[in-house]
Design a protein around this ligand. Sequence first.
Ligand SMILES: Nc1nc2c(ncn2[C@@H]2O[C@H](COP(=O)(O)OP(=O)(O)O)[C@@H](O)[C@H]2O)c(=O)[nH]1
Ligand SMILES: [Mg+2]
Length: 398
Amino acid sequence: MSDGGVPLWLDGDQTPGRQYGDATPPARDTRRRARPLPSPPELAEKVRAGDRPAIARAITLVESERPDHHAYTVQLLRELRSHTGAAVRVGVSGVPGAGKSTFIDALGVRLIADGHRVAVLAVDPSSSKSGGSILGDRTRMGALAASEAAFIRPSPSGGHLGGVARATRESMLVLEAAGFDVVLVETVGVGQSEIAVAGMVDTFLLITLARAGDQLQGIKRGILEMADVITVNKADGDHEGEARVAARELTMALKLISSDPHAPRPPVLTCSSLTGHGLAEVWAAILAHRAGLAGSGDLEERRASQQLQWLWALAQGDLADALRHAPTVRAIRPAIETAVTSGELSAMEGSTRILRAFADDVAAGTALPSGANQRGTDGDPGDRVDVARGRAGGAALG
Ligand SMILES: Nc1nc2c(ncn2[C@@H]2O[C@H](COP(=O)(O)OP(=O)(O)O)[C@@H](O)[C@H]2O)c(=O)[nH]1
Ligand SMILES: [Mg+2]
């Protein structure tokens, strides 16, 4: 393949594994692999100081599914907990192509010019390492990505929604502790991700488009009901008038679909990330919504209720894990599945047997190690819950 055994590299790419021929790739940089993990308090201190590699590392640990990393991040987040909660947390939703990333870039740059520090996260369970994520198109956030006052983190990839949502939520805490005072969470604009994002932010912004006639069909009613602020984007050039009409129609439509006539209806604005038109007004509406919540005590209530929902989502997830891994349950599972598929046993009877087997595992003390113990420190299953409670802090829950 190559002369004299000299490896022929792909376009000068010396990444091990990408060479042609049978030459041995250069040894992996072991310093990098063996980089020792600082203790959780040490890493927490660096995060607090705004050290970017430390922040990135903390988020990588938070995203990891490894049990030892879970145990580590429980301690890390405990260290950081009292420094979290101060940011303006905004969810940014809208169908693909609505202009979320471009909007975040344009708004983010303005906020930074005003002295803010802006973190951008994403919830996109469909993203994969190879395909990139919704934020993978970093070109859309080129201006923001270049700023020292911004931190952009694509959605963790290749996981189920629960795992992605957990990682994003915990990353948000890391970034708050690192001093980012605005956290923007972009979502894919389809399915359950919106609900997950609504469950972690103070204000939910819906970005929509003026497509004559189909504004409402294009937007799922559930998403409309979650929105705290709505903006019709791409109000520039020939489309400015169209966008204004769409915003008016949407305002009227919201009146009609609202189940509670007294419920506050979200303001509907227009904006353009290209010209900058309306961006200041959208941000003002976000702050006004948040100030309204804070003034009435609803912000704490909202965060506390998010924490409770999160607590139970975690508990149910942990329980499902424990059920899957409990040895007695595993042992009887094939037989029960066969019996239920053949009709010999009803699903209800099968479920009762599974729960009985699980109860045996609980009694024998073999039910918990896989889920709770791995994640907690020192085998204390309570730690997981502790993380869930951590963010609200005493003020919100007490
Ligand atoms: N005319 C116009 N185009 C925009 C605007 N914002 C985004 N776009 C374009 O819309 C396309 C999708 O934008 P993107 O931010 O990737 O959308 P996302 O999928 O919602 O994140 C891109 O080609 C953008 O250049 C805007 O305010 N005006
Ligand atoms: Mg995008």
